[in-house]
Design a protein around this ligand. Structure first.
Ligand SMILES: Nc1ncnc2c1ncn2[C@@H]1O[C@H](COP(=O)(O)OP(=O)(O)O)[C@@H](O)[C@H]1O
Ligand SMILES: [Mg+2]
Length: 460
C-alpha cells in the first residue's frame, strides 16, 4: 500500500470547514456543518453515511452544481490542485463593464460568472457519475455523438497525439512500448508518460492489451496493426498539428476544411469513443455508438455514463451512489467495473454510498458522515476493524453477517435529526449510548487517535 504512505501523498482536493445551506420555506437547512477532508492523488476515498446526511451536497458543492436559487456555500474553502474553487464565495464579484471594473449586482450574472469559472475544471478535470444515468445522458442524441462531442471540445491535442503516435513513431520506440506493456513493466511504462505522443501510443496499446474478448495472439495482431496504418500526407499532418495547437483558427470554419482536413480528427474521436465503451465493458461498441439511450438497458446506460465521465481523463471522479438505482445483479457488475477501473485509470475517486459493505473492497480510505459532519476518517482497515466513533460502531454492527442473521439485527435508535434545527453540540448525541454532559453543549473537534485516523468525539 504505497499510496497510503502519508509523507509523499499529494493532495488533489482539499475541503476545509465547508458549510452549505439551503433556503426553504420552512427555514434554513444547514446541510453541511463544517466538513473537512482531503482527497489525495490516485486514491479512492469512500464517503458513507445514512441517507440525508449530506453526501450528495458535499459532492455538488465540490462540482459547483448546487441548485442555484436555494443552495449556497456560506463558509469554508475547496481547492483543486491549489486552485480555489470557492473563490467567489462570500465575496463581491467584479466584472469588466465598459472598460471599467464594476461590481456585479444581479444574482444571475454572478451565477453565470461562477459557472464559467467552474467550467474550466468540470468535464476536463473533474467528472461525476450519478445514481440515475438519465440525469447525465441526453435522450435525443446518439451515444456516439454524446461521447465524441466533449472529446472534440476538450481533447483536440490528445486526439492529434493519438494520430501522430500511429503515423510518426519509429518501429524501435513502438517495440519498446509494446514490450513494456506485454511484460507489464510499470516502471518502464512510466518512462513513456512524459512525451504526449509516446504516452498516446502506450494508452492505445494498453487498451488492446486489456481487452477480455481476445486471445493473446489476436491482441498481438491488433497491436501490430496500429503502426501499419496508411500514412497521411505531410500537409495533412501539419494541418492537424496546427489545429491541435489552435493556430489558423479562421480556416476551420470553411466546410471543405471540415470535410477533408479534419476528417482524421473526427474519425479519431469515434475511435476513442469506441475504446471508452470497451473500457466500461460494453461488448459491441461499434453498434452501441449509433444507438440512442432508450435502446439500452439500465446497466448499459450506467456504463455509458461512466464512459462519458472518463472521456476527458479527469483527475477526480465522483461516483454518487452509482449502483443504488440498479437491480442486484447489475449492481454487482457495475461494482466490479468500478473496481477494475480503479486500477486502470489514474484518477482519484470519491466513492459515495450509504452502504458500508459496498466500499469495503473499493476504498483505500473511508470517511463517515453524520448529519452534515465528517465524524470519522481513516484507512479502510482502521475504520472496519477499529472504529472509534459510536456512530461508525453502530453502522458496522448493523451490517448483516452470518452470525447476526440468527439474532435481531442491531439498529441505531432514533433517526437522522432535522437539519433546520439540528441538536446543539455533537449532532449525534441524542442517539448516542455514550452521551455525556459536554456532548450536548460543545461540538467535538477532530482528533487523531492513531496515525491517519481521525475522530470527532468527546470520548477521546
Ligand atoms: N435542494 C434542496 N433543498 C433543500 N434541502 C436540501 C436540498 N438538497 C438537499 N437538501 C437537504 O440537505 C441534506 C443532505 O442531503 P443529501 O446530501 O442529498 O443527503 P445524502 O447523504 O442522502 O446524499 C438533507 O437534509 C436534505 O434534505
Ligand atoms: Mg445522495
Amino acid at each position: 500500500m504505497a499510496e497510503n504512505n502519508t509523507e509523499n501523498r499529494e493532495p488533489l482536493v482539499v475541503v476545509e470547514n465547508l458549510k452549505t445551506n439551503f433556503v426553504t420555506w420552512k427555514g434554513v437547512v444547514k446541510a453541511l456543518d463544517g466538513v473537512t477532508f482531503t482527497i489525495y492523488k490516485g486514491e479512492t476515498l469512500g464517503l458513507v453515511g445514512e441517507t440525508g446526511c449530506g453526501k450528495s451536497v458535499t459532492s455538488l458543492s465540490i462540482m459547483g452544481l448546487l441548485p442555484p436559487t436555494e443552495g449556497t456555500i456560506v463558509d469554508g474553502k475547496i481547492t483543486f490542485e491549489g486552485n480555489e474553487l470557492t473563490k467567489f464565495v462570500g465575496k463581491d464579484v467584479w466584472i469588466k463593464e465598459k472598460g471599467k471594473k464594476a461590481k456585479i449586482k444581479s444574482k444571475r450574472r454572478i451565477y453565470k460568472k461562477v459557472q464559467n469559472y467552474m467550467n474550466q475544471f468540470r468535464g476536463k478535470y473533474m467528472a461525476m457519475i450519478f445514481q440515475e444515468p438519465m440525469t447525465a445522458i441526453n435522450p435525443v442524441l446518439s451515444i456516439g455523438y454524446q461521447l465524441t462531442e466533449p472529446l472534440l471540445q476538450h481533447q483536440k491535442k490528445e486526439l492529434a497525439s493519438r494520430i501522430f503516435a500511429r503515423q510518426k513513431i519509429t518501429n524501435e520506440v513502438f517495440m519498446d512500448i509494446k514490450n513494456a506493456v506485454l511484460s507489464e513493466n510499470r516502471e518502464k511504462q512510466k518512462s513513456f508518460m512524459d512525451d504526449p505522443v509516446q504516452y498516446s501510443m502506450l494508452t492505445q496499446i494498453n487498451s488492446i492489451y486489456f481487452r477480455k474478448d481476445l486471445t493473446l495472439l489476436q491482441k498481438n495482431e491488433l497491436i501490430d496493426e496500429l503502426i501499419k496504418e496508411k500514412p497521411l500526407s505531410p500537409f495533412r499532418l501539419k494541418f492537424l498539428e496546427d489545429y491541435a495547437n489552435d493556430k489558423n483558427k479562421f480556416i476551420y470554419k470553411l466546410p471543405i476544411i471540415k470535410g477533408y482536413l479534419l476528417k482524421p480528427i473526427y474519425k479519431e474521436a469515434e475511435r476513442k469513443a469506441i475504446e471508452l465503451l470497451r473500457l466500461v465493458g460494453i461488448y459491441d461498441p461499434e453498434t452501441v455508438i449509433h444507438e440512442y439511450p432508450h435502446e439500452l438497458s439500465g446497466g448499459m446506460r450506467q456504463r455509458v455514463m461512466i464512459a462519458m465521465a472518463l472521456s476527458c481523463d479527469p483527475k477526480l471522479l465522483i461516483a454518487d451512489e452509482p449502483t443504488t438505482a440498479l437491480d442486484v445483479t447489475t449492481q454487482a457488475q457495475i461494482l466490479d467495473l468500478m473496481k477494475d477501473l480503479k486500477d486502470r485509470i489514474s484518477a482519484s475517486i470519491l466513492f459515495i454510498t450509504h452502504d458500508l459493505g459496498v466500499i469495503s473492497d473499493m476504498a483505500d480510505r473511508v470517511a463517515v458522515m453524520y448529519a452534515g459532519n465528517i465524524v470519522e476518517i481513516g484507512n479502510k482497515m482502521d475504520i472496519f476493524y477499529n472504529p472509534k466513533h459510536p456512530y461508525t460502531q453502530g453502522l458496522l454492527r448493523s451490517i448483516p453477517t452470518e452470525k447476526t442473521m440468527k439474532e435481531k439485527l442491531h439498529v441505531i435508535p432514533g433517526s437522522i435529526p432535522n437539519m433546520i434545527n439540528p441538536p446543539q453540540g455533537c449532532r449525534f448525541h441524542p442517539r448516542c449510548e455514550h452521551a455525556m454532559e459536554i456532548c450536548s453543549r460543545e461540538k467535538p473537534p477532530m482528533k487523531e487517535v492513531e496515525k491517519d485516523h481521525y475522530v470527532a468525539c468527546w470520548l477521546y
